[in-house]
Ligand binder design. Structure first.
Ligand SMILES: [Zn+2]
Length: 140
């Protein structure tokens, strides 16, 4: 299969301040839409954003970029709910299940995106960024 002449990228990544996704992926701002949330998980809103990025702006490549030492992935879903409830009095209803291993997190995200009929996953890659040494590991 031949590559399209111009790949415009949707990047799904974590909100962590230690990640500068465009610099890490060597992209210019006009080459990418960056969708960020706590943990870089595939949520309904992440799918909505990638879908509209593809439909409205013609992005045709997806990069899932996760990282080591992710604070949004170190606790169980129940643990995060308990923390939020203790501090706000409200138990959140989100259904994200945190996964500690970043390689596994990327693989799960890729499978979840492939399962969505709303996004074109023909050109999709996954990476783990090491926040300690700056290395970028592709996830096959
Ligand atoms: Zn993170």
């Amino acid at each position: 299969m031949s590559e399209p002449s111009e790949l415009l990228t949707s990047v799904l990544t974590c909100m962590d301040h230690r990640l500068a996704p465009l610099a890490i992926l060597q992209l210019e701002p006009e080459q990418a839409h960056v969708i960020r949330n706590a943990g870089g998980y595939v949520t309904e809103d992440a799918i909505r954003s990638i879908c509209l990025s593809q439909q409205l702006a013609g992005t045709n490549r997806i990069v899932v970029l996760h990282h080591t030492d992710c604070r949004a992935s170190q606790e169980s879903a129940e643990g995060y709910r308990a923390l939020v409830k203790a501090n706000t009095g409200v138990s959140p209803t989100w259904n994200v299940v945190p996964v500690g291993d970043p390689l596994q997190r990327v693989q799960i995200a890729i499978e979840q995106l492939k399962a969505s009929p709303l996004v074109d996953t023909t050109h999709m890659e996954g990476f783990v960024y090491d926040v300690d040494d700056g290395t970028l590991t592709p996830v096959g």
